[in-house]
Design a protein around this ligand. Structure first.
Ligand code: ATP
Ligand code: MG
Length: 483
């Protein structure tokens, strides 16, 4: 027997028809009943275009209501959404479109011109689709949890992006696991400043439908807009990455957020301890979390009860998930493995990655970490970025964290360079925020890092190499020097 549940959007439209599903900054509100109606209408128009059960439909858009309508419409047809990052080049997009067998591409109006240069037979803007007639077609009334709903490519920080397949069950269990951890409150409203084409934004818009909770949708992160929304719009939860917390704390000055704001869910990358301490001083409820595209959103979260005591930890696995550390890198640190119904069943069209990463239901994350005596996870770094110097393990993110704690430094990237004596030595790339000399930096590190961890070379650069997800790509640091 396959596991089916009622179609989640139809169900929520039945339970809370006039409750807001989406709120925008300009005051626009879409209720669950309106969202369902629009999505079903959109599905019938897509049928006119030839989209059917199993079709792979690319979506290239920044955050906006028609994008969400299109995604829900696909679920009414049993079609698969391939969510594309708008910051990719056409070449990168073509790779993903081909790799994921995309035959239709839907875009925002603004991106239509760019999209029509891509290698897909049929490209239409959301607006074009609205103009099509509806074609009568049976719409899904149930959701089969084992069926595929979306494909999202990983950020490509350690290599070529891989297409992560998400079933409805992955999204369902991600939403349930998150609710069991963060709790659900009657007046919850979740702000999304992160793109929906990343799993964090997408998963929150699915949580919205499953919980009956409005999302406050922003097209992009802008410090003032987010700050004002947090101050005035009764937001209770917001998903953030490190850079956003930094900017919001700068903006906050002496004031504090309204007490309704109960969680800034921080994910996507390492969080420097100095930042978490600053947030704690300002009573800003930052919850560290750990997850990846493959886990359909966060899979480990520091629960509110432990947030203060376990600063720097990503917490414990969500209720339906498990975690283990294997393949030790040293006595304490090893590779993080995760398992649970929110974890992908595999990468699309990528046998070698599947064989490498998925072992008896466990996902080898490629990340290094350790558990403390009470089972709290500390994420250390990516296995590929580990520097081994004279037999000692050095984790670049530890050094980056210390460097970025120096107020004159805006950001730092650390990587290993070959060395005849030591095998490898750490070297640092620094973007200055204020004037600072190499001697001052060295003096700052003297008391904060063991000698073998102190970078042997420092390069001042204008910016660090980042990918389309804005993540530091360490293996490009040295390459960039030679440009
Ligand atoms: P690719 O897999 O293509 O190299 P990526 O791993 O950056 O790209 P994502 O799925 O966007 O793609 O990012 C997930 C990764 O982000 C995790 O595997 C981990 O390395 C990092 N990450 C997430 N949360 C944390 C955290 N709390 N601390 C440290 N790193 C984190
Ligand atoms: Mg990854």
């Amino acid at each position: 027997m396959t596991d089916t549940i009622p179609h989640w959007l139809s169900k929520q439209a039945d339970l809370s028809p006039s409750h807001p599903a989406i709120e925008l900054d300009d005051g626009t509100i879409v209720t669950f009943s309106e969202l369902k109606e629009s999505s079903q209408r959109f599905a019938r128009k897509l049928t006119h275009l030839g989209v059917e059960k199993g079709s792979h439909v690319g979506i290239l858009s920044t955050n906006q209501i028609p994008m969400l309508i299109a995604i829900h419409a696909l679920s009414y047809l049993g079609a698969v959404g391939v969510l594309l990052n708008t910051r990719l080049t056409n070449e990168e997009l073509n790779y993903q479109l081909k790799d994921a067998n995309v035959s239709f591409l839907l875009t925002s109006v603004l991106l239509k011109e760019q999209a029509s240069m891509l290698d897909v037979e049929i490209t239409q803007s959301f607006f074009d689709i609205e103009a099509l007639p509806e074609k009568e077609t049976p719409l899904e009334t149930e959701i089969n949890l084992e069926a595929v709903f979306t494909i999202i490519y990983t950020s490509g920080t350690t290599g070529f992006p891989k297409g992560v397949v998400h079933t409805y069950g992955n999204h369902w269990w991600s939403a349930v696991g998150s609710a069991l951890n963060l709790g659900l409150q009657k007046h919850d409203k979740w702000l999304i400043p992160l793109p929906i084409f990343h799993v964090s934004g997408l998963s929150t818009s699915i949580k919205s439908v499953i919980y009956g909770m409005p999302i406050y949708l922003l097209e992009k992160f802008d410090t003032k807009t987010v700050h004002n929304a947090l101050m005035e719009k009764q937001i209770t939860i917001v998903s953030v990455v490190t850079m956003m917390v930094q900017r919001l704390l700068d903006e906050l000055s002496k004031a504090s957020y309204p007490k309704e704001l109960r969680c800034l869910l921080l994910g996507g990358g390492p969080a420097p301890k100095a930042l978490l301490e600053r947030a704690k001083e300002k009573n800003v409820p930052v919850f560290q979390s750990y997850g990846m595209t493959e886990t359909a959103s966060q899979i480990v979260t520091l629960s509110p009860m432990d947030a203060l005591e376990k600063l720097g930890s990503a917490g414990k696995p969500l209720f339906p998930a498990r975690l283990k550390i294997e393949n030790q890198a040293d006595a304490q640190v090893g590779e993080i493995f995760v398992k649970g119904p929110m974890v992908t069943t595999g990468y699309y069209n990528n046998k070698s990655a599947n064989e490498k990463s998925i072992q008896e239901g466990w996902l080898a994350t490629g990340d290094l970490g350790y558990l403390d005596e009470e089972g709290y996870l500390y994420v250390v770094d990516r296995r590929n970025d580990l520097i081994i110097s004279g037999g000692e393990n050095i984790y670049p993110s530890e050094i980056e964290g210390v460097l970025s704690g120096m107020k004159q430094i805006k950001e730092a990237g650390v990587t290993g360079r070959k060395d005849e004596t030591w095998g490898q030595v750490p070297v640092a790339f620094i973007v200055k925020g204020m004037e600072v000399s190499m001697e001052e930096i060295k003096a700052y590190l003297q008391t904060r890092l063991a000698k073998y961890k102190q970078p042997k070379e420092f390069y001042f650069v204008k910016e660090l190499p980042r990918n389309a997800a804005n993540k530091l790509v360490r293996n490009r640091l040295i390459q960039e020097l030679n440009k």
